[in-house]
Design a protein around this ligand. Structure first.
Ligand code: ZN
Length: 167
């Protein structure tokens, strides 16, 4: 197992739609272990494979109830609404109030290739939606309204270019 650097805003892998996992082998088991270790080290409650530069449809999580993973996850049901100050390890130290569905049902497979379903609301539901977005090349900024999104993107681009004003 190893801790990997987490890719941040500006890295093209974060804007790429990830490929489905097709090989359920030792390399996949290692990738899951590495993702979990990197997530705990950060620390975070969820991590998607593209965040360590691997463009595959795989997420890991632990919201305090033990580690989990979903391979090739799909959001198949959502309901309700919940606003939460959401952050992202790939957009460090920034939080925005974002409204999303509260409850979510995600279907996918586990390391053995067996179908699994994960359902949750509040933090678990939020995390699942956030990580599936990563697999579709989307960052949380996409969820902001036009004005906030413009401001956030301008600030982040300036930072990425290293021309942000520092005081
Ligand atoms: Zn994220």
């Amino acid at each position: 197992m190893a801790v990997f650097p987490i890719r941040v805003f500006g890295d093209p892998v974060l804007r790429t739609v990830a490929d489905p996992v097709t090989e359920f082998d030792d390399a996949l088991a290692r990738l899951i272990a590495d993702l979990l270790e990197t997530m705990y080290d950060a620390p975070g409650v969820g991590l998607a494979a593209p965040q360590i530069g691997v463009s595959k449809r795989l997420l890991v999580y632990d919201i305090g109830e033990g580690p989990g993973h979903v391979i090739n996850p799909e959001v198949v049901e959502t309901s309700g609404k919940w606003e939460f100050d959401e952050g992202c390890l790939s957009v460090p130290e920034r939080f925005w109030p974002i409204e999303r569905p509260d409850f979510v049902r995600v279907e996918g497979v586990d390391l053995a290739g067996e179908p699994i379903t994960v359902t949750g609301d509040e933090l678990l539901g939020r995390m699942l939606q956030h990580e599936v977005d990563h697999l579709n090349g989307k960052l949380l900024i996409e969820q902001l309204d036009e004005q906030l999104k413009k401001e956030a993107l301008r600030e982040l681009r300036e930072e990425a270019l290293g021309i942000a004003q520092r005081d």
